[in-house]
Ligand binder design. Structure first.
Ligand code: ATP
Length: 434
């Protein structure tokens, strides 16, 4: 198991998963840019989630709400009043901490212990101004969660889709929080992406739904390659529950810097819809067609996922170092459907004779799989590079391929090599990827 994030941070930069944000200007604290491989993996995470949650379920629909919403939304949701962390500041070194999570062994750079101020509440929402005046009238917040768009659009969705309870709305999008102590690479940043579900139901059914979502979250974790031995359920104690929640399960993951929240599952009751009714003056009731149009405000179970933390847990789960013939081999053992590339096409030589056949194979495979092409350096080095970026299969084309119309397929995990006829290559991969 990894004891520090360092090997992942350096591999991520070296191979193009994640770069420090604004790198050529010396960076911007706690901001990260996803490189070609990281961007692809985030896309794979989101696509798989959306497919399973929205496309393959009759009881779910999608939404793509705006990042900036009417500020009244955040009054109704309770964020203006309660989305705070207790902030303390050292009077000697000016470093800021969250009073509730600060560890006792923090030492002051100016010597000995920190001299801390009294805690004060610090609201985590970013403010910006809309329009040309820049005064308070144009003030807006960058959303700190995607959830609210799904409550605010509850009636629109209900009227247009005619869904019946129970049903859910799902959304993927960026959220922003002015965190007091960001850090640990992409674990806690000011700008991040969420995948959230608001599942609307009758009050008496919340427990059953809660259990079933909890199970789904664990199953999905395993399916995307998160090591479930490192995933734990934490029942959030009553006194620590968020203002909207009656029950919350944190899904914690053993990150190298500690066991921390990966995802959350909350029973939000009818808190949000009721508050939006109160603040907007609009009715957000559901009339039950099977029960004489009985009117109710649905209750909500909310599974929530951070895209960035999901990726980090996948990187940590996949990272593996092995010794092969006295040399260290680093392998990212991603699930094949989540890996940035699924197949690497590697002609043994750049010589003209191999280019036609290589081109044909590459063009054929790239229609179905995410393919990488690499013709530089020794084949051993190229295999190591593909291992480091987690490509499950390499296809090597050599001079014999011109005669026997076959290629060598190398398996990332076993390093075994098989000679496969070019004609059968596609069905070979179909079997492998299914
Ligand atoms: P934490 O306790 O770690 O601050 P939270 O309980 O405030 O997290 P939620 O409000 O439940 O987090 O947000 C839902 C999900 O969004 C989290 O489970 C996490 O995956 C992700 N997330 C929240 N804050 C951040 C952040 N600052 N950076 C990256 N991801 C985040």
């Amino acid at each position: 198991m990894l004891e520090s994030l360092e090997p992942i941070v350096s591999l991520a930069k070296r191979r193009g998963f994640i770069f420090p944000g604004s790198d050529i200007y010396g960076g911007l604290a706690n901001s990260w840019d996803y490189g070609p491989l990281g961007a692809q993996m985030r896309m794979n995470i989101k696509t798989d989630w959306w497919k399973q949650i929205v496309e393959q379920r009759a009881d779910m629909v999608g939404l793509d709400g705006a990042i900036m919403m009417n500020p009244k939304v955040w009054e109704a949701s309770g964020h203006v009043d309660t989305f705070n962390d207790p902030l303390v500041e050292c009077k000697k070194c000016n470093k800021r901490f969250r009073a509730d999570t600060m560890s006792g062994d923090e030492k002051c750079l100016k010597g000995k212990d920190h001299e801390l101020s009294e805690p004060r509440t610090f609201n985590l929402m970013f403010q910006t101004s809309l329009g040309k005046t820049g005064d308070d009238k144009g003030m807006a917040y960058l959303r700190p969660e995607t959830a609210q768009a799904m409550f605010v659009n509850f009636k629109n969705v209900l009227d247009t889709t005619r869904k019946r309870l129970p049903f859910g709305i799902a959304q993927i999008g960026k959220a922003f929080r002015n965190e007091i102590t960001p850090g640990n690479f992409i674990f806690r940043t000011l700008e991040f992406e969420q995948m959230e579900i608001e599942y609307f139901l009758e009050e008496e059914n919340w427990e059953e739904s809660f259990e079933s979502w909890a199970n789904w979250m664990e199953e999905w974790a395993a399916s995307v390659g998160i090591n479930t031995d490192m995933l734990h359920r934490l029942e959030v104690p009553k006194k620590e529950l968020a203002h909207y929640s009656k029950r919350t399960l944190d899904f914690e993951f053993d990150f190298p810097f500690g066991t921390k929240e990966l995802w959350g599952l909350a029973y939000r009751t009818d808190f949000d819809l009721k508050n939006h009714e109160k603040h907007s003056g609009e009715s957000l009731v559901y009339s039950d067609p099977s029960d004489n149009k009985r009117k109710i405000v649905p209750h909500v179970v909310e599974p929530t996922f951070g895209v960035d933390r999901t990726l980090l847990a996948m990187l940590v789960s996949a990272y593996s170092e092995e010794e092969v013939k006295g040399e260290k081999r680093v392998v990212m053992k991603f699930k094949p459907h989540m890996a940035p590339y699924q197949v690497a096409v590697l002609p043994l030589s750049k010589k003209e004779e191999l280019s036609g056949i290589t081109q044909e194979i590459f063009e054929d495979l790239i229609n179905t799989y995410r393919c990488e092409y690499d013709d530089t350096g020794s084949i051993g080095k190229r295999y190591r590079r593909q291992d480091e970026i987690g490509t499950p299969y390499c296809v090597t084309i050599d001079f014999d391929s011109l005669e026997d119309k076959a290629v060598t397929v190398r398996d990332r995990d076993t390093m075994e090599q098989e000679r496969i006829s070019i004609e059968e290559l596609k069905s070979y991969f179909e079997n492998k990827f299914n």
